[in-house]
Design a protein around this ligand. Structure first.
Ligand SMILES: Cc1cc2nc3c(=O)[nH]c(=O)nc-3n(C[C@H](O)[C@H](O)[C@H](O)COP(=O)(O)OP(=O)(O)OC[C@H]3O[C@@H](n4cnc5c(N)ncnc54)[C@H](O)[C@@H]3O)c2cc1C
Length: 477
């Protein structure tokens, strides 16, 4: 297509027209000063050139963009926080619906709920609700968007105490493929409400969520760094499983990077960099609960202390765009044998940074039935992610091979159980891996609901659930 053809195409004139019809939103196209900044996502390695990025301001803008993409056959990428590991929030030649300027937050203090627009990040939401001593759990990183993390499940520092992020979703507003804005909850469109709690961006654009808020003004927690050996890794996991569910932990077993907060003599050595949150009311009890972790070995760094909850999110560099590959899985146990495997793989990789991240689950997350939402891995004991960073593109294949072999060495269980994955930690890994996120009847139900709400698969730039063929486009509300 020549430059002239492109400027004259019906898509281009429809995009141009949007500039006059949007309700406050902005259209950014190639050549605009902010285009390069606007097309950048968190992960490096995705150098895509959208035809346009539309920074929407409200649900009616969203509806217009959805309709434009549908009518013009344009690939549609949805971007909230831009942290997709698979690069799904950008597109070559399509349109990016960018929600990052939709940041309204309405807190109902007496009802302990909040209506939050999906352009908010986890950090922004957490800071605003913490001002009232209230919190909803998201993940471990402030800059992750509440849009993507919530639709996939949401596993974070309150997972054992309050469950997944979706367990605190009381309602949502969704713009569906036909451009209609639906309010969904347990009464209205209950099947769509079920599907968006774990099923990702397959069913429409979430413009707002209504979250439950929990009382949480301060925590006991922060960072604890220990030397990593098979014994300390296995003991850390055993302690995390034995701890009361007020405590959620994320143990990053990794080669110590040359960072100023780590003493020089450990740089290059294997460490457990653990992030811990005790979300109970009593500070003394919190100190008692974390004491066994401090006793596992002489801590290299001990920053565990009482603190306001938002401080668990360390400051981030705005211009950090890592290139990495990873594999996600669920494990039943990490005993000495698994811990030895972890040490062996981390010791043999040449990647500048490589990590095995272990999250002990259970507690409130496990008390929700596997059928209650589209996230079915409720009984998983541990979530593990292994990842390797790379610099040059030529290194990628070797890093991927390492990650796959590492995963195979750790995997436990057969069939659905052994193949289980957390959708939000998937890269572009093929259909079989997406199936692993939705075991058994969850998949069939999602396919059926997809067929009803998005029969032409307009929302396909995601971990895709293909629509059931021949499904009528009727709502269940
Ligand atoms: C550094 C880092 C740390 C992470 N830590 C955690 C963690 O602790 N716990 C955890 O559970 N996950 C974690 N994740 C994974 C994270 O939940 C997913 O990457 C998530 O998709 C990011 O959401 P986002 O809005 O930032 O991403 P985006 O790239 O904007 O969106 C990702 C995809 O989600 C869908 N989507 C996003 N917003 C909407 C919307 N409003 N409507 C419809 N579809 C939408 C789209 O399909 C989109 O392609 C982490 C990721 C990174 C990069």
């Amino acid at each position: 297509m020549t430059e002239h053809d492109r400027s004259a195409s019906p898509q281009t004139s429809s995009i141009q027209q949007l500039r006059t019809t949007l309700n406050g939103g902005r259209v950014i196209t190639p050549g605009d000063a902010s285009f390069d900044e606007a097309r950048t996502i968190f992960y490096g390695g995705f150098d895509r050139q959208p035809a346009a990025i539309v920074r929407v301001r409200d649900a009616s803008d969203v509806s217009q963009v959805v309709s434009l993409a549908r009518e013009n056959g344009l690939e549609l990428a949805i971007k909230s926080g831009g942290h997709s590991l698979a690069g799904h929030s950008t597109t070559d030649g399509g349109i990016v619906l960018d929600l990052s300027e939709m940041k309204d937050l309405q807190i109902d203090l007496s009802g302990r709920t909040a209506w939050a627009q999906t352009g908010l990040t986890a950090g922004e939401y957490t800071a605003a609700t913490a001002a009232h001593g209230l919190a909803t759990g998201f993940g471990d990183t402030a800059s992750v968007g509440i849009g993507g993390i919530t639709l996939g499940g949401g596993v974070g520092y309150l997972v054992r105490k309050h469950g997944l992020t979706i367990d605190d979703v009381l309602a949502a507003e969704i713009v569906t493929a036909d451009g209609e804005l639906l309010k969904v909850d347990s009464e209205s469109h209950p099947e769509l409400f079920w599907a968006i709690r774990g099923g990702g961006g397959n069913f429409g654009v979430a413009t707002r969520f209504k979250f439950r808020l929990h009382k949480l003004s301060s925590i006991v927690g922060g960072m604890l760094v220990l030397p990593a050996s098979p014994e300390t890794i296995a003991s850390f996991i055993a302690e995390a499983q034995a701890a009361p569910e007020e405590l959620s932990t994320i143990a990053n077993v990794m080669v110590a990077p040359p960072m100023p907060f780590l003493p020089q003599e450990v740089h290059g050595e294997l460490i457990i960099l653990a992030m811990m949150v005790y979300a109970g009311e009593d500070v003394d009890e919190g100190e008692r609960v974390i004491a066994p972790f401090r006793a596992l070995a002489e801590p290299i760094v001990d920053m565990l202390k009482p603190m306001p909850y938002p401080q668990i999110y360390p400051p981030e560099e705005g211009d950090y765009h890592p290139t990495a590959v990873g594999r996600t899985m669920f494990l039943d146990s990490v005993d000495l044998a698994e811990a030895e495997t972890i040490v062996e793989y981390l010791s043999t990789s040449e990647a500048p940074m490589r990590v095995a991240q272990l999250r002990v689950l259970g507690g409130a997350m496990a008390r929700v039935s596997a059928q209650a939402t589209a996230f079915a891995h409720r009984s998983a004991a541990i979530m593990a992610n292994v990842a390797a960073f790379y610099e040059a593109t030529e290194e990628r294949a070797a890093r991927e091979r390492w990650a796959r072999e590492f995963e195979e060495a750790l995997r436990q269980g057969e069939g659905n159980k052994g193949d289980g994955v957390y959708v939000n930690f998937l890269g572009e890994e093929g259909e079989g891996r997406v199936r692993g996120a939705y075991p058994g009847s969850t998949w069939e139900k999602l396919v059926e609901i997809k067929g009803r709400y998005d029969p032409t698969n307009l929302f396909r730039l995601n971990h895709n659930i293909p629509p059931a063929i021949g499904q009528k486009e009727t709502s269940d509300g």
